[in-house]
Design a binder for this molecule. Structure first.
Ligand SMILES: Nc1ncnc2c1ncn2[C@@H]1O[C@H](COP(=O)(O)OP(=O)(O)OP(=O)(O)O)[C@@H](O)[C@H]1O
Ligand SMILES: [Mg+2]
Length: 653
């Protein structure tokens, strides 16, 4: 059985049709024939099924071959159409071929029909293939365009001369050129920064000459340039293709600006975290040591003071005792600074106006700064109140001012400025050991025009004993104290410094809701008044207990001493005479000072209370103390200081 052939013949003569079929069978085809001889029949036949070929008689009585050809072309443009004729002249044949007939076969030479059909079938097949390939090409082109148009990366193709042939919408946005502006221009001029162009040209030329490349097929980071000349970091990968024997290159470009920014932010956050962890660790360490020192220094200082009372002015031993007293004062001061740093001071916070604090110490600041430094104050008129210990806040300003003075040995300007600041993003600022939390603040800025600091120095200034000053000039505790006080007041500190321009410290203190009451300056010069009241004294450190006991007795008081809370309660219960004041340590083995105070009050509601505290955080809170209407004295204390505190409490109504 031969090759199956669906043959549609437009022919009025059945005999002629039979002859053609016969000829084709002889040629080896298994022919399925349908013969039509009118236009409607032709149309119907074309619709009815698939055909391999149409053979059309030239001289039909009802309609001619030209019309038939049109009908076939309209519905089946690829279907081979061959004219069969006994009479066709050369001119008509040429015309038919022009109109789209594939061939003309003479009835007198029917033997040709077989080979003609062979050829037509072959060509029809290859036309079909070509059309399929074209369609596939159009489709793949459409798909490629869709991909390029929606790609998040910039996609840029260049030809072997480095000219841009493709420039997708992401490239337009990234680089700021429209596709039409970019096309056909050399890629180097358009998006490669001047500083990299030479390298690009060399690498491109080397690749074309040798096929070598260090960048094709890998990801690299580079700097690219926008239409406005600005440069930005990109990640790039390049592939090579070949088109008609010539290479072309496609680059996929990703803008790294945002990623780099985020990386930078993360790095600075990490650095800040490390710094704050380091400060915490140092704080704990320092806190542990100072705790033990507070009692020791109170004892040394206290006894040297008692000795001074007893040793006459002309006694040759007096200078020695004075030396001991001076050294212990200095040690107590150091201990106090370290306690401030490790946030163990008992603060006496008041609601106050930062501006008033600054105005209050301005005269003293002027004296400290000397004549070469000009002091400028710019105070915001509507500054909100803050809650802080006024004398500690003065300490902060003073330490910052003294540092500023030291940074301006040949003179300059020190500006004290206050302002309101709302922080609404946690990650806003990274210039201090701690990121500032969101919230509303009153800010004090202390700015000098001095020597400034490099980044290395800046990262260490808050650490205790970090100093760049020569031995004997600085202890490196000034900023540690500032740091501790500000943090303990729930504030934040930031520094910005530049060796060219000077330094600014910003102290952020959270806004307090109450109205400001003015800071009350302490009066340290009045001598302690003596007394005769009964004082219950509770302290677990025996040396300190003895010292205070002796001192108070020397001042005229009746002292009831107890080494712990139980003993104190015992005394309180057994004594029938009045007790005017209880002076108690806060942290003690067994019952602590706070609980003891409550027990004592329960028994004697009129009893006045004074806490001696070396701790703030583990001891007693501001509010608990307030609730008990109790006083507080910070260890290590001076004996006259204690005397004054006791007198004040006893005299208060
Ligand atoms: N305003 C400033 N300008 C330049 N450097 C400063 C400034 N403030 C502080 N510093 C640097 O920070 C270091 C630490 O300051 P800090 O106040 O803690 O200690 P100190 O001033 O050296 O000593 P102390 O204050 O204990 O007498 C200083 O030694 C100095 O290097
Ligand atoms: Mg200092």
């Amino acid at each position: 059985m031969g090759h199956r052939l669906s043959l549609l013949m437009v022919e009025d003569s059945e005999t002629d049709a039979e002859l053609v079929v016969l000829e084709l069978r002889r040629h080896g085809y298994d022919v399925a024939l349908e013969r039509v001889d009118t236009a409607p029949a032709l149309s119907a036949a074309l619709e009815s099924r698939r055909w391999d070929i149409v053979v059309c008689d030239h001289g039909l009585p009802s309609f001619d071959s030209r019309q038939a050809l049109c009908t076939v072309r309209e519905s089946r443009p690829d279907l081979p159409f061959v004219i069969l004729s006994g009479t066709i002249g050369e001119e008509a044949a040429v015309e038919a071929l022009k109109a789209g007939a594939r061939d003309v076969v003479l009835k007198t030479n029917l033997a040709r029909v077989g080979p003609v059909v062979d050829r037509e079938l072959r060509e029809a097949e290859s036309r079909r293939r070509l059309r399929g390939a074209e369609e596939a090409l159009v489709e793949s082109e459409a798909r490629k365009t869709a991909i390029l148009d929606t790609a998040l990366d910039a996609v840029i193709s260049i030809d072997h001369q480095g000219r841009i042939v493709d420039f997708n919408p992401s490239a337009e946005t990234m680089f700021g050129f429209a596709r039409d502006e970019a096309r056909a221009r050399p890629v180097s001029e358009l998006i490669i920064p001047l500083s990299l162009r030479q390298r690009h040209h060399e690498a491109f030329a080397r690749h074309l000459a040798t096929g070598q490349s260090t960048i094709i097929g890998t990801r690299i980071e580079l700097t690219a340039m926008r239409a406005d000349g600005s440069e930005f970091p990109v990640e790039l990968s390049i592939t090579r293709g070949d088109l008609s024997g010539r290479p072309f290159f496609t680059a996929y470009v990703r803008d790294l600006t945002e990623r780099k920014r985020a990386e930078g932010e993360r790095a600075s956050l990490e650095a800040q975290l490390r710094q704050s962890q380091k400060m915490e660790a140092i704080g704990r360490f320092v806190g542990g040591i100072t705790h033990d020192f507070t009692n020791l220094m109170s004892v040394v200082g206290g006894y040297s003071q008692l000795l001074l009372r007893d040793v006459r002015e002309d006694d040759p031993r007096r200078p020695n005792v004075e030396e001991i007293k001076a050294a212990s004062d200095r040690a107590a001061e150091l201990t106090r600074q370290l306690m401030a740093f490790s946030r163990q001071q008992a603060l006496e916070p008041k609601t106050l106006d930062l501006n008033a604090v600054i105005l209050g110490i301005e005269p003293m600041l002027r004296r400290v700064l000397g004549e070469d430094v000009e002091l400028v104050t710019r105070l915001a008129p509507d500054l909100g109140p803050v809650r802080a210990d006024p004398s500690q806040l003065e300490q902060v300003v003073m330490n910052l001012a003294v540092n500023a003075r030291d940074a301006m040995p040949t003179g300059g300007t020190l500006a004290l400025e206050t302002r309101h600041a709302g922080i609404d993003r946690d990650a806003d600022e990274h210039r201090g050991p701690l990121a500032i939390e969101r919230g509303s603040y009153s800010v004090l800025s202390v700015t000098d025009t001095g020597a400034g600091m490099d980044a290395e120095t800046q990262s260490q200034i808050f650490e205790p004993f970090f100093t760049t000053k020569e031995v004997g000039k600085g202890t490196g505790l000034g900023l540690s104290t500032v740091y501790g006080i500000v943090l303990q007041s729930k504030g934040f500190i930031r520094v910005e410094s530049d060796p060219e321009r000077g330094t600014t410290f910003d102290v952020y203190l959270p806004l307090a809701d109450a109205r400001a009451d003015l800071p009350q300056p302490a009066d340290p010069d009045t001598p302690p008044a003596r007394g005769s009241e009964a004082v219950l004294l509770v302290e677990d450190d025996e040396a300190l207990l003895r010292l205070v006991h002796q001192t108070l007795e020397a001042d005229g008081y009746t002292v009831l001493a107890a080494r712990d809370a139980r003993e104190a309660i015992d005394i309180c219960e057994r004594r029938h005479a009045p007790i005017d004041l209880a002076v108690t340590d806060v942290v003690m083995p067994g019952m602590g000072g706070l609980q003891l105070a409550r027990e004592l009050r329960a028994r004697r509601p009129d009893l006045k209370l004074l806490f001696m505290s070396g701790y703030s955080e583990h001891g007693i809170g501001d509010e608990e103390r307030r609730a008990l209407n109790a006083g507080l004295i910070q260890k290590p204390f001076s004996l006259p200081g204690l005397g004054r505190k006791i007198r004040d409490l006893l005299d208060a109504t």
